[in-house]
Write a protein that binds this ligand. Structure first.
Ligand SMILES: NC(=O)c1ccc[n+]([C@@H]2O[C@H](COP(=O)([O-])OP(=O)(O)OC[C@H]3O[C@@H](n4cnc5c(N)ncnc54)[C@H](OP(=O)(O)O)[C@@H]3O)[C@@H](O)[C@H]2O)c1
Length: 250
């Protein structure tokens, strides 16, 4: 049976990824602070199980993933995918005007949680002979400095470098495991709403992002998720360490 664990499934891109994986008969375990009843009731070939977790709490994150691993070890796994999609854009603010607790939450959710979970994941499945696929959701902001997004640009750049480094390790260790990056580009989600609600002193490009919405330039998450899910469902052709950008694939 095909299983996938996806973070940030309560809304946005993560909800679409979960739904489209279920359409392809994946059994999906989703994580977020809020549930997503529409996935449970979707009536698709694959099933949906939700775990409530706050990924800014690292002990809770580790404990929840240990429970998920125990649960999955009882299952007949033909393939096992992990999609680390959950992230925050906030705080949107120049350095020097941010709250420490918001910065701590930001780094925990966007960077430390994927690092801790990847470490647990690779350890848990080492001797199980299951080819693993890990897809980490990144952003163009990893490679571009944007006024007001100092935390977001930094954590996404860190995630890119981490993913690339683990890919090199897995290749040299000949594990057959694949870890990739997926850049979804701009999508019509709550994260974009939050970006548009910033004031120009916090985010100088706010008018440009308001225009993306009014000019219908934000992609639908189902369209973006389909690009990733098609790659995940074709595990053989997925390339370890590759940066998959929706812009190149649509
Ligand atoms: N939207 C864009 O234009 C855009 C562009 C480039 C890259 N991306 C990337 O695409 C991914 C998805 O973004 P999106 O636009 O779909 O975001 P979104 O609509 O804001 O959804 C974020 C998801 O992450 C979860 N999440 C946030 N904080 C969490 C926490 N502390 N613990 C557990 N889960 C948490 C949320 O669930 P709960 O609130 O229920 O916890 C939600 O399910 C992110 O990695 C983002 O950086 C987005």
């Amino acid at each position: 049976m095909k299983y996938a664990v996806v973070t940030g499934t309560s809304k946005g891109l993560g909800a679409s990824i979960a739904k489209l994986l279920m359409e392809k008969s994946f059994h999906v375990i989703g994580l977020a602070r809020h549930d997503n009843p529409s996935l449970k009731e979707a009536g698709l070939p694959g099933t949906y199980t939700h775990y409530h977790v706050d990924l800014s709490d690292l002990d809770e994150t580790e404990h929840t993933f240990q429970q998920i691993i125990e649960h999955l070890k009882e299952k007949p796994l033909d393939s096992l995918h992990l999609v680390q999609n959950a992230a925050l854009v906030s705080p949107i603010e120049q350095a020097g005007k941010q709250s420490t607790s918001q910065l701590v939450d930001h780094v925990h959710v966007n960077l430390l949680s994927p690092i801790i979970v990847t470490n647990l994941w690779l350890d848990a499945w080492r001797d199980q002979n299951i080819p693993l696929v890990i897809a980490n959701v990144t952003s163009g902001a990893a490679n571009r400095s944007v006024y007001g997004w100092n935390a977001y640009c930094s954590t996404k750049a860190g995630l890119d470098r981490y993913t690339d480094t683990v890919a090199i390790e897995q290749a040299q260790l000949n594990t057959g495991n694949k870890i990739v990056l997926f850049d979804p580009s701009i999508m019509d989600t709550d994260m974009q709403g939050e970006i548009r609600s910033a004031n120009p002193s916090q985010f100088v490009d706010v008018e440009k992002f308001k225009a993306y919405k009014s000019e219908h330039k934000l992609r639908d998450t189902d369209i973006v998720a389909a690009v990733l899910v098609d790659r995940l469902d074709d595990e053989e052709s997925l390339e370890n360490g590759k940066y998959y950008s929706v812009k190149d694939l649509l």
